[in-house]
Design a binder for this molecule. Structure first.
Ligand code: UT7
Length: 405
């Protein structure tokens, strides 16, 4: 397994790296260490002919790629935030709060909120275009789009809408992943599985959320935390020795659902209906969702307990000590959570990526947004090893160790 590659690559003057896929026609094994410690191997025959046919396929042909790769690399990122900035002082005009309470308890000072013609789709598309530009991958070479979100523009999902708005002429597979603040990490893991087992080559993973749409703006316990944003990463198939996704660890526990949710409201039926001989209780009333409800203390406790455990597990699977990590990149929920996790893992605060002062908790958008800022500012360089973790509603949590570039 790879060791820390910090400084191994020369940093480019601009953060763009053209990547050509080195196709391999050998039967392959993933070599990925599974929890039991057994290196499970997936065998699959692959041919160049199938791949070539796929490249020339029309929009109506099967989108199932034929070539399976041994590894994947993260080679481009981008992000987008709404233009409307809301400060703690602005919030103090809406609910009984103040800048000092919010910044001391959370580290948050500002957040962005969708307004006007902005939508989740416009943010996702902007972030994705930037990721493609950095990766120098043409939009028509993308063969899978995963939109990780819990606040889509359409309840059926917005990935196909994003696909169209991006201008993908060849209609790559596009679908949503709903896993709240763990969504982006689970999107990375899904991309990894699609590349390694499904033969996909260029996968766009977009984390985007607009929790401002489901927050109760009269509840000071929650509304001060959240903001809207999107971030995207382009993941590309590569040879096994270049594999940049070193390990991952994923979990769900529905027992904790009660601590954080935005549930469907009770389905009340109209008692009047049925009196004319129609089926009693039918038709149901139109569905609507409650605002986000959270037991902050419980979620806080959960996060500081499970996130270090999960990262330690991912590190063990990758065969790396915490000291070899260049950056700790956590879901940006609360600065106190970032501090508690980094202290437990003995990772110095200078190596903790934090931008929540500017954006608050942007749910599935937070990790790729923070990654993008860190890459573009030159903090994160090609070859750096990053321990990343998401956690939130479900409850869900997930971590991964990956190498940038
Ligand atoms: O992405 C999803 C993951 N979610 C999270 O990670 C959230 C995790 N939880 C948290 O970040 C924290 O629990 C909060 C920031 C939500 C709350 O911080 P806390 O230190 O747990 O505060 P608290 O809820 O215990 O409230 C302490 C006091 C209470 O007053 P009393 O009972 O001591 O008189 C609250 O009523 O602070 C009061 N309070 C506020 N005061 C001013 C609660 N919210 C506010 C507010 N402004 N916005």
């Amino acid at each position: 397994m790879a060791t820390n590659a910090s400084g191994f690559f020369t940093a480019p003057t601009v953060p763009s790296q053209r990547r050509k896929i080195q196709h391999s026609i050998r039967i392959f094994g993933s070599g990925f260490p599974f929890p039991e410690g057994i290196s499970k191997r997936v065998f699959c025959s692959s041919t160049f002919e199938g791949a070539e046919k796929h490249v020339g396929a029309s929009a109506s042909e099967s989108r199932s790629p034929k070539l399976v790769s041994k590894g994947c690399k993260l080679i481009g990122c981008g992000s987008a935030v709404p233009s409307l900035k809301i400060s703690n002082d602005d919030l103090a005009k809406v609910v009984d709060t103040n800048d000092e309470w919010i910044s001391v308890r959370t580290g948050i000072r500002n957040r962005r909120v969708i307004s006007g013609k902005e939508s989740l789709t416009t943010l996702a598309v902007e972030a994705a275009h930037k990721a493609l530009e950095m990766a120098q991958v043409d939009v028509d070479d993308v063969d899978l789009i995963l939109v990780c979100t819990s606040t889509p523009d359409d309840v059926f999902g917005c990935a196909p809408k994003v696909q169209k708005a991006l201008g993908c002429a060849r209609n790559p597979l596009a679908y949503d992943i709903t896993a709240a603040c763990s969504g982006f990490i689970l999107g990375l893991v899904s991309a990894y599985c699609h590349i390694k087992a499904g033969g996909f080559k260029n996968v766009l993973v977009i984390g985007a959320d607009a929790l401002s749409r489901i927050v109760d703006w009269t509840d000071r316990g929650t509304c001060i935390l959240f903001g809207d944003a999107a971030g995207a990463v382009l993941i590309q198939a590569c040879d096994g020795e270049d594999d940049g996704l070193l390990s991952f660890d994923v979990h769900s526990d529905g027992e904790g659902y009660r601590h954080l949710n935005a549930a469907l409201k009770e389905n009340e039926t109209d008692d009047e209906l049925g009196s004319n001989g129609s089926v009693l209780g039918f038709p149901p009333r139109q569905a609507s969702y409650s605002c986000l409800q959270m037991n902050g203390k419980e979620v806080f406790r959960f996060a500081v307990r499970v996130v270090p455990q999960s990262i330690e597990y991912s590190l063990a699977k990758a065969g790396l000590p915490a000291s070899s990590i260049d950056w700790l990149l956590l879901h940006q929920a609360n600065q106190r959570i970032l501090d508690a996790v980094s202290t437990r893992l003995q990772i110095p605060s200078e190596q903790v990526i934090s931008n929540l002062a500017n954006y608050g908790n942007t749910s599935a958008g937070s990790i790729p947004l923070a990654l993008d800022e860190a890459v573009r500012s030159g903090k994160v360089k090609p070859g750096h090893t990053i321990a990343a973790a998401g956690f939130g509603a479900g409850l869900t949590w997930a971590s991964t160790i990956f190498r940038w570039g």
